[in-house]
Write a protein that binds this ligand. Structure first.
Ligand code: NAP
Length: 307
């Protein structure tokens, strides 16, 4: 019979590491399954300029390494493995990882959300080659080449601006006239000499040859007219979907799969808590995720005490 832990944290990122830090300092000896790609979305983020305490900004991966080190200093145990399934039907809760069952009296879920792909014709063959969802990871491959960025939110603005470091030209393709992006990020992109913005356009089909991506057929969202655009690379930045598939419906989620809090940070299952982008459809910031990780840790501590 496996040992019963006080708390298992599923997923890393600012929410998970902060929950790890707080539960470790509360002497709960937490165990975290950080995932094979630990650190979450911020591992794919270049500069974080809006996390208080960093006047010069900080690179996402650097911040994640620091958060992890800080939590480990107080005893957070981290395994870079994915959770395959969970069983929250009885206590202690069961968490299966690489075939082994782990038991815990409380769970904190902080598995975040992943990028969404467009699903346009020709995309599958070019995924991870000419088409990416991460400029920080793949921008370097498009030195002095032309790229497009799809989307009209802050992610698209951030990707487009970052890509100007490498690409000779960046075209932002957005399906509407208005942008969801914050004004400051939009203005920075709109003013950049290397960036062109095309509105009322969506990708109908990707074009490629044996060497890779060559362009796309764009469709006017008002009248369906088609235009060809040439590019060597494309970055899709149209949002995220929560990583809740492994829960198989054992905690209540909304239609989009985001976990719903029923009381403070507790989910529909007493003793199972959730924090960060896996519940957050509104703020989705590193700082709010970290704050919620702290709340989930305190809620867990109080719940375990009451139990
Ligand atoms: P978002 O704000 O939801 O924006 C998604 C964009 O993609 C929208 O412009 C949307 O168009 C477009 N889109 C969605 N589906 C599409 C499709 N099938 N085809 C074409 N376009 C599509 O997502 P996000 O940009 O990832 O940002 C998420 C959150 O993170 C936001 O709260 C944002 O402020 C935050 N964020 C902050 C920073 C920062 O401050 N450094 C950086 C990145 C993200 P419509 O507008 O027409 O719906």
């Amino acid at each position: 019979m496996a040992d019963v832990r006080n708390v298992i944290i599923i997923g890393s990122g600012p929410a998970g590491y902060t929950a790890g830090l707080y539960t470790a300092r509360a002497m709960l000896e937490p165990l975290m399954f950080a995932g094979y790609a630990s650190g979450g979305q911020l591992m794919l983020t270049s500069d974080i300029e809006n996390f208080p305490g960093y006047p010069e900004g900080i690179a996402g991966p650097e911040m994640m390494v620091d958060l992890r080190k800080q939590a480990e200093r107080f005893g957070l145990e981290v395994e870079d493995k994915n959770v395959e399934k969970v069983d929250f039907s009885s206590r202690p809760f069961k968490v299966t990882v690489e075939g082994d069952e782990h038991l815990a009296n409380a769970i904190i879920i902080s598995t975040g959300a992943d990028s969404i792909w467009l699903g346009a014709e020709g995309e599958e063959e070019q995924k991870g080659k000419g088409i990416s969802t991460c400029a920080t990871c793949d921008g370097f491959f498009f030195r002095d080449q032309e790229v497009i960025v799809v989307g009209g939110g802050d992610s698209a603005m951030e990707e487009a601006h970052f890509l100007t470091r490498f690409a000779s030209k960046v075209t932002v393709v957005h399906r509407r006239e208005y942008f969801r992006a914050s004004q400051v990020m939009y203005d920075r992109v709109a003013a950049h000499p290397k960036i062109e913005i095309q509105t009322f356009r969506q990708v109908k089909r990707w074009l490629s040859d044996e060497k890779g991506l060559t362009g796309a057929i764009l469709e006017d969202t008002r009248d369906g007219k088609e235009y060809e655009i040439s590019c060597d690379g494309a970055f899709i930045a149209i949002g995220h979907k929560p990583n809740t598939g492994f829960l198989e419906g054992q905690v209540e989620t909304d239609d989009g799969g985001y976990i719903i809090h029923s009381e403070h940070t507790m989910t529909s299952v007493p003793g199972v808590f959730a924090a960060g982008d896996v519940v957050d459809t509104r703020y989705r910031q590193a700082i709010t995720a970290a704050g919620m990780g702290c709340q989930a840790a305190i809620d867990t501590e109080k719940w375990l005490e009451d139990e």
